[in-house]
Design a protein around this ligand. Structure first.
Ligand code: GAL
Length: 484
């Protein structure tokens, strides 16, 4: 009898311990912030850190100077100046309790022109950045392409100023850009492999292709701002090739295992994922629209690089494409919102799955929305993680965040979304880390500085950083290993 009683007690202890275990984030979970080079590096008062050699620099300056209305009037050189301030920024970021940091290397700084000769000052700069991350105990996750392309490969004005730029290089429409990107990846693997193990090849390829070639959004135009579905498809396929080539280059040339886990290069993609839902959930057509939207935006690219299946005519059926994949070690998920779509019928008959439109702007009367006009919907994070998990690779949440200047919604946003991450882990999904977008307010592309995603703000003149209260909420969650 006594024995039975003891074993019941032991069983109870066992279950309460194991429950506790799954109620918490894993001990080795990566907690971090995410930033990108173009959005955060510039801002030095003397302009000495401006990088004038990327397409986005040319794009924003042309549109602002010509008052085209395509983008805001803000300019990247008024940013938080992380190029100078990275050391104190990493110390401040670390003080929240994080152990990792996602940033990007600016391709146009390393290779400012077509000569193929790297700029040694820029190379030395990124070495210092990685040394600084190391000294603060922050593991780097390094993106090679975060929206910006060197202007010697992409003249972003070739559509909107045809008279003067019509013959300019056409970026991701050209095989040359693919080849040069693979060379850039090879260079980074060799040069920075001793400091970096965790790589992301391309940030949100579907935003690059849809944003650039199918984007109806006024006021937040992505270069080159053409409405051309064939080009959208061609650019996407070239980005798939670029990813696969860069994956192989990093695996081959980064041979140094920095953290001693037996792996010298862990290489993934960063995929923007949206939780698509039908506008009318009882309407069969709208349901199909939601499936098609998810297929196009969330799955098409991943099918190519994670399964080696390419659907080049967007009819919902792919062909084997072993040259494209599998070429991932993990999937990076960026999640911001749910979006409602409805079916419109064939927009482009030769691409059957493009037959829907989003309800835009979203319904912010009955839903709480962010300053971006995005619906806040935390269960959508779980839904897209489930899609990513279906590919069978580990997952990092490489971006999740909210534009919220007053920090009124961010604390709850953070808790709700992290609870969904924990639910996903409990349900067996292999999620390795979470990077909040963003560490500090920064240049939100066509929308400039009006959208404040940072857990820290900055003074536009002194560049001093100020902590928002949600940074303490983040610290608390990291410290406890759970959402309370
Ligand atoms: C992502 C992008 C980031 C940042 C964020 C906030 O699409 O990767 O650079 O702009 O959205 O909107």
């Amino acid at each position: 009898m006594k024995l039975k009683f003891t074993s019941i007690i032991l069983l109870l202890i066992f279950f309460s311990c194991s429950n506790k275990k799954v109620d918490k984030f894993p001990d080795d979970f990566a907690w971090g912030f995410a930033v990108s080079a173009f959005q955060t590096e510039m801002g030095n008062r003397n302009g000495t850190n401006n990088d004038v050699n990327s397409d986005w620099w040319v794009w924003t300056h042309y549109n602002v100077e010509n008052n085209t209305g395509r983008v805001s009037n803000d300019l990247p050189e008024d940013g938080p100046d992380m190029y100078d301030l990275y050391e104190s920024d990493f110390a401040l970021a670390k003080s929240t309790g994080i152990n990792a940091f996602r940033l990007s290397i600016e391709w146009s700084r390393i290779f400012p022109d077509a000569s193929g000769v790297p700029d040694q000052k820029a190379v030395a700069h990124y070495h210092s950045v990685f040394q600084s991350l190391k000294s603060h105990g922050l593991k780097p996750l390094v993106t090679l392409h975060h929206f910006t392309t060197p202007v010697w490969l992409h003249d972003p004005l070739w559509i909107i100023d045809k008279a003067n730029h019509g013959n300019g290089p056409r970026g991701w429409l050209e095989q040359r850009t693919v080849d040069e990107f693979v060379k850039f990846a090879e260079f980074c693997g060799k040069e920075f492999g001793g400091e970096v193990d965790l790589w992301a090849t391309i940030n949100e390829p579907m935003v690059v292709s849809i944003g650039g070639y199918l984007n109806p959004l006024p006021g937040n135009a992505f270069p080159p701002n053409e409405l051309n579905p064939e080009h959208m498809v061609a650019v996407t396929v070239n980005l798939m090739k670029a990813h696969a080539g860069a994956y192989r280059a990093l695996k081959e040339y980064d041979t140094v295992d920095v953290d001693g886990d037996g792996k010298s290069a862990i290489v993934g993609i960063v995929q923007s994922m949206t939780d698509f839902a039908p506008v009318d959930e009882n309407d069969e057509d709208d349901k199909i629209a939601a499936q098609h939207a998810s297929y196009l935006y969330n799955e098409w690219f991943l099918n190519a690089i994670a399964k080696g299946i390419l659907d080049s005519d967007l009819d919902g059926n792919g062909e084997p494409a072993p040259e494209l994949g599998p070429s991932v070690d993990y999937i990076g998920v960026n999640y911001y919102t749910r979006m409602h779509v409805y079916r419109l019928g064939q927009l482009f008959p030769y691409y059957p799955v493009i037959d829907f439109l989003p309800r835009y702007p979203e319904d912010c009367v009955t839903n709480t929305c962010t300053e971006m006009g995005y619906i806040i919907y935390a269960p959508g994070l779980y839904n897209v993680l489930k899609i990513a998990d279906g590919y069978g690779f580990p997952i990092y949440i490489t971006e999740n965040g909210i534009a919220d200047a007053n920090d009124a919604l961010r604390p709850e946003f953070l808790k709700q979304h992290l609870q969904q991450v924990l639910n996903a882990i409990k349900d067996g999904m292999d999620i390795r880390g979470y990077f909040y977008w963003s560490y500090v307010d920064n240049f939100e592309w066509g929308l400039g500085y009006s959208k404040k995603f940072g857990m820290f703000s900055f003074d536009p003149v002194t560049k001093e950083r100020f902590k928002r209260p949600s940074a303490d909420v983040y610290s608390q969650i990291i410290g406890a290993g759970k959402v309370e």
